[in-house]
Design a protein around this ligand. Structure first.
Ligand code: WT7
Length: 663
């Protein structure tokens, strides 16, 4: 490091506020600070501009119908189709431009480009095929696929015929697939033979088949041949399953008129973890969701049609839905997809892709940034990243050190960073700076977006003072919000509204949305999100319910009881720590430990794998029998123990602590 570098490092380390670079502001989609006031004064009509980003078959009557809170409706009676908005309307001007640039994991494999014309064609052909195998409007189609182009093709084909999709992350287990298909009564599955992970082909169809054996109703399945001859070794026989390639070929040249959907018709379902063992089926709509994904893509990610925009998330999560597929394609830009991991074959793979494709934006997660930081700046430094204009992060709080590393080594101190707080349920971004308007403060997401009414309150619902910790709430509805939990209006109210609303009131002012995050706000109205306040762990930006993991562990032979908490992890943010009581007659040994880990992987997937399994004769419980998780968290973090005086069995805590420490 030169002296100049050292000086720069020191300056960066101290700096707490960063102005957006002038070069960025000059060209930004949004650069007028007046937007905040304008939206506040003109609410909810301020969202007409978001709806105007879309093409409608029929205009809407009302921007917001709030007559029956919390069942809000947006752009009522408007008619549109999401696939037509993402494809057809771009054909005249951008038909030959790339819609998707896909990079497979194997370096020696040719990348694939889909122009808008080509994507439109394949979506039409597959839409025709789906109809042919029986998919009707409003039938839920499950998509259990990794990062291959056929996933967005299938999503848009579903949208075209008005069949909501439910994408299940490919890393989830067979059981997780079955649970979601059963919960959604989904009779159709699109999956693939396999995909590549760190150089090796992986058998995905085997897992899908195992999942299907747990589905309680008849199903029709389509299988994409991703691996070609490399997949033959898995020995699968398609049987009565359809081959994707054959189906598309049989419908070559087919044209399917986009089905006219109501703004409030369901576009998709996305399952997410909650406090109970049962995942929640979050319902998103066609009009409000698409308007929200498009407007935030434009104003926060600054997407323009001529960009090559790169989001490294997986489409199996909401980030990929909103910010790889729907937002970017609705705006007619080029969106990148990468199948593999950032460290294969080497730790510069992402930077190689950014350089080769001259990516203009990069949207990734703090967990990835912390890994890049650990690997060292020589990897990004070896590549020309000057095409980048904006950086983004999402999924969990980002520590200022990682923020500054990202700013310096990836952005070359010339790209604004948007730290975007939102959730599966919000459909799109809610709290973040507007990159062409607001100053950035590392570690703080920023103010709520214009028109978004976020407040930080205490348990009584009163706003807390600047600097104090409180709970994040959203006081006004927004177009991208979930409409309900699939077939479960009651749980929707209970999970998100009960805490701070007057449930008997039909005045929307009495209804407050609670996302179950803690946060604080500073004098400038900047919000720092502190993390979940429910029993949900955030591992590498992915939400996992402790109950789900506990029930997987209790399902393992030899386990009597289990408690799971999130403990601090340098790269993942949080990691899973499990405290387990064995059944009489079973030994506390590595064999059981391994079976516990395997049990969790089978029930949920490798992301939920416990970092540590600690055997204990008892768990810290209050006199009423409630497990004191906070104490287990202290143990996981190697911290001093909190108050143990309310425990029925205080002596157990030190015992567990000793065991966790390796005694
Ligand atoms: C939870 C939502 C949003 C898509 C990816 C995750 C946490 C998200 C931030 C951020 C601090 C964040 C919250 C939230 N979170 N973004 N910028 N700063 N925390 O979606 O699985 O629905 O998880 O992720 O705790 O509630 P999700």
């Amino acid at each position: 490091m030169t002296e100049g570098d050292a000086e720069l490092e020191a300056r960066l380390a101290e700096q707490e506020v960063f102005e957006p670079p002038e070069s960025f502001v000059e060209q930004a989609n949004v650069s007028d600070p007046g937007i905040y006031e304008e939206f506040e004064e003109n609410w909810p009509e301020c969202w007409e501009g978001a709806a105007d980003l879309l093409d409608w078959y029929e205009g809407y009557d009302q921007v917001l119908d709030d007559s029956d809170p919390p069942f809000y409706e947006w752009f009522t009676d408007g008619k549109l189709n999401a696939s037509a908005n993402c494809l057809d309307r771009h054909l005249d001007e951008r038909g030959d431009e790339a819609a998707i640039e896909w990079v497979g994991e194997p370096v020696d494999e040719a990348d694939r480009t889909y122009t808008y014309e080509e994507l439109h064609r394949e979506v039409n052909e597959f839409a025709a095929a789906l109809r042919d195998i029986g998919v009707g409007e409003d039938d839920v189609v499950t998509l259990y696929m990794p990062m291959i182009p056929e996933l967005p093709v299938a999503m848009l084909a579903c949208a075209r015929i008005g069949a909501p999709h439910s994408v299940v992350f490919a890393g989830f287990s067979a059981d997780a697939l079955a649970t979601r298909m059963n919960a959604a009564d989904s009779e159709y599955l699109v999956t693939c033979d396999g995909y590549y992970r760190r150089g090796d082909p992986l058998d995905h169809l085997g897992k899908a088949e195992e999942g299907l054996s747990g589905v309680e109703h008849e199903t029709t399945t389509v299988v994409v041949d991703r691996l070609g001859p490399n997949g033959d070794g898995f020995g699968h026989d398609l049987g009565d399953k359809h081959d994707y390639g054959d189906l598309v070929a049989a419908h070559a040249g087919a044209e399917v008129d986009p089905v006219v959907r109501d703004a409030e018709d369901m576009l998709f379902l996305m399952y997410t973890s909650g406090t109970t063992g049962k995942p929640k089926g979050v319902k998103h709509t066609t009009g409000g969701y698409l308007a929200w994904a498009s407007w935030t893509s434009q104003s926060v990610l600054d997407i323009k049609p001529e960009d090559t925009y790169f989001c490294s998330a997986d489409i199996g999560w909401i980030t990929g839905h909103s910010y790889i597929v729907y937002g970017p394609l609705a705006l007619g830009t080029t969106t990148m997809m990468y199948e593999g991991t950032p460290d294969h074959p080497d730790r510069d793979r992402l930077w190689e892709i950014v350089e080769e494709y001259e990516a203009t934006q990069l949207y990734t997660a703090p967990t990835a940034i912390r890994a890049f930081m650990k690997w060292g700046s020589e990897y990004p430094d070896a590549h020309d990243l000057s095409s980048l204009r904006l950086l983004g992060t999402v999924g969990e709080p980002i520590n200022p050190r990682a923020w500054k590393w990202y700013y310096k080594h990836i952005g070359g101190e010339e790209c604004p960073i948007v730290d975007t707080w939102w959730q599966t349920e919000t459909g799109g971004m809610m709290v973040t700076t507007l990159p062409g308007v607001g100053d950035m403060k590392p570690g703080s997401a920023g103010p709520p977006l214009p028109g978004v009414d976020v407040r930080i309150v205490d348990t009584g619902g009163d706003e807390v003072e600047a600097g104090r910790a409180g709970y994040l709430t959203v006081d006004k509805p927004w177009p991208g919000m979930l409409r309900t939990l699939y077939n479960n209006d009651e749980r929707y109210i209970e999970e998100y509204w009960a805490e701070y609303s007057d449930l008997d009131s039909d005045d929307p002012d009495d209804w407050v949305y609670f996302p179950e995050d803690g946060a604080k706000i500073d004098e400038d109205g900047y919000i720092t999100v502190l993390g979940r306040v429910d029993d949900v762990i955030n591992v590498s930006g992915h939400r996992l319910g402790t109950m789900e993991i506990e029930s997987a562990i209790v399902g393992v032979e030899g386990v009597a009881e289990a408690a799971v908490v999130g403990g601090h992890h340098d790269i993942k943010g949080e990691a899973v720590y499990a405290y387990v009581i064995t059944e009489e007659g079973y030994e506390e040994n590595d064999e059981l430990r391994e079976r516990i880990v395997a049990g969790v992987e089978d029930a949920i997937g490798p992301i939920a794998r416990p970092e540590q399994v600690v055997f204990t004769p008892d768990l810290p419980k209050t006199r009423s029998g409630k497990i004191m998780r906070r104490l287990l968290e202290n143990i996981a973090d190697g911290e001093e123990l909190g108050n143990t005086s309310t425990l029925r069995n205080p002596e157990i805590v030190e015992d567990i602590q000793r065991k966790a420490g390796g005694d």
